[in-house]
Ligand binder design. Sequence first.
Ligand code: ADP
Ligand code: MG
Length: 319
Amino acid sequence: MSDSNPSEFDIIQSFFSDLGHADGATQLGIGDDAAIVRIPVSARLCLSVDTVVEGVHFPAGTAPQHVATRALGSALSDLAAMGAKASHFTLALTMPKSDSRWLKSFAKALHDMAVAFGVSLVGGDTTRGPLTVTVQVHGWLPPDKALTRASAREGELLVVSGTLGDAGAGLRCLQQALSDPNAEVDYLSGRFYCPSPRLLLGQQLLDCGSACIDISDGLLSDAQHLATASNVGLEIDASLIPLSPALQRLFPKQALELALTAGDDYELLFTLPESKLKALQSLSPVPVSVIGKVSGAGQQVSVKGYDLDIQQKGYLHFD
Ligand code: ADP
Ligand code: MG
């Protein structure tokens, strides 16, 4: 094997054959035509796939470790939004050339994140072409519970985890290539590069939450998806939207707009009965903030305290 330009089979063997959390559930992992995984008794399989493309989902030239964490973090976030416990993933990696330094950093970051979230890599595909990373994630749900977008009820609270707008601000910082990066720029760009899928919170919500979605396209856009699926209206109070100190300091004028319309935060937006809020707040591994409530019918998302430009609702491919 050439050390710097390994072949497809060398790549798989050297970088991906033993990646992630060592679990007892994988009966046959990488190396055969397909993987075999034991399914826990009475669990349901929950699965999702996500693709990130260079120049579309992350800027060209993004460091390999950031490509890895963005791809796996955003994919796992979909399992979080269903309340699933993540277990395995597969990786379809398309890249313009075989570069072992790039692959080493990519695989190391992927491994570290996989261990942190308890998932193992059980298969994939490796091809040549424009840099594209597809991650399929698999997880388990109990037989009788799941979080969907469709179960919000009138009178419930509308709640969000973490802070919003950070990843969008981080992307702006990266696009402006600020000559004088500081701790706040690092924080915001880190929120873009390395999403934190809220898996534990999602599992806690199985017991107390109703509807849930992860915020990938922007608060307004994803709130609208939830409102439509549940056939309810949502009233957001702009003054309640949680904003990080870094966002407020670096983007004082645009902070709220970023929180409402920029995507990529991968926080959870969910509804729950008011009586369940205190217990959740004491359990949740991440702060959760009430930002509004579920109103009657109408499927409208309204924002008190902000002049909405309906055209600016979030990121849409092909627009
Ligand atoms: P096939 O031609 O039968 O589809 P491949 O030669 O593509 O098999 O892959 C060989 C083995 O390596 C399979 O187990 C596959 O799942 C795994 N594999 C290939 N690429 C990757 C990757 N990027 N990450 C993880 N596993 C991979
Ligand atoms: Mg085969």
